[in-house]
Design a protein around this ligand. Structure first.
Ligand SMILES: [Zn+2]
Length: 269
């Protein structure tokens, strides 16, 4: 079942997927005839039906992951679809998803997006495209300066993650959050936690949490502790998603991405 809400020129379409004791929500946004992301193939029937009733003339993808591009193949037939330069080749490939992600979100068919430029103009708004890697190499956030809106894809999701995916990097996520916080915005439109009127504060909270985790990991690393010892000390308990994902999602990747990260600064925060 989808739920649709309209707020201040933005339509939010929320879907939910439940499998193996895990439940995740996913949000698509339509703003001034621009559709942001296409949702997972698992929700294709409901989303296609809902989107047929909506009015949009271009699609922008925040990144290539299957929960954002699952319906891109079918939706892009009538409407141009855009993504960051580094995502174009990824979208054209048949995705090789781990089994649990195919089961959860459904697979996605290859498709051919066009190059997303630095700015997107709709009838009433201008969106600045900010490259925000860390969750995915091609991840972008869309900023509407006059409205103070940030469409943040998966940059936020939650303030205090206790585990991340093997393909994510904490130092890169820190850099990307610092990059967007240089701009003026208040409301964040998150792909998994919905519309956050206090989104700026939530991103600030996430940034300070990640920096304090980074500090703790690097301090313990300098004391000569191994990644697995650091993981046990900082993140002693596991989350159901860790097992469901066969540890593609794990606290271990927080620790290793910080240890392997580029030019880390050991600074108390
Ligand atoms: Zn993602």
């Amino acid at each position: 079942m989808l739920s649709v809400t309209n707020k201040d020129d933005v339509t939010a379409i929320k879907g939910s997927v439940k499998r193996g004791g895990i439940s995740m929500s996913v949000y698509l946004y339509i703003v001034d005839h621009v559709l942001i992301d296409t949702g997972p193939a698992r929700l294709q029937r409901e989303l296609t039906h809902q989107l047929e009733q909506q009015d949009y003339n271009k699609i922008i993808l925040t990144h290539h992951h299957e929960d954002h591009t699952g319906n891109a193949h079918s939706l892009s037939k009538g409407v141009p679809i855009y993504c960051h330069a580094s995502g174009i080749a990824l979208c054209k490939q048949q995705s090789k998803l781990p089994f649990y992600r195919k089961v959860f979100w459904g697979n996605r068919k290859p498709f051919s997006p066009k190059l997303l430029e630095d700015q997107v103009h709709s009838c009433h708004y201008t969106f600045d495209v900010i490259h925000t890697p860390g969750h995915a190499p091609d991840h972008v956030s869309l900023l509407e300066k006059n409205k103070g809106w940030l469409f943040s894809g998966d940059l936020y999701v939650m303030s205090r993650p206790k585990s991340i995916f093997a393909f994510e990097s904490i130092p890169d996520i820190i850099n990307s959050i610092e990059k967007v916080l240089q701009y003026d915005f208040e409301t964040v439109f998150c792909s998994h936690s919905g519309i956050l009127p206090n989104g700026r504060a939530r991103l600030e909270e996430k940034l300070s949490y990640l920096k304090s985790v980074q500090y703790d990991v690097l301090r313990k690393h300098q004391e000569g502790k191994s990644a697995s010892v650091i993981q046990k000390e900082l993140f002693p308990s596991a989350h159901p998603l860790n097992y469901f994902s066969l540890f593609e999602n794990s606290p271990k990747h927080i620790v290793t991405s910080i240890i392997n990260g580029s030019s880390p600064q050991l600074k108390k925060v």
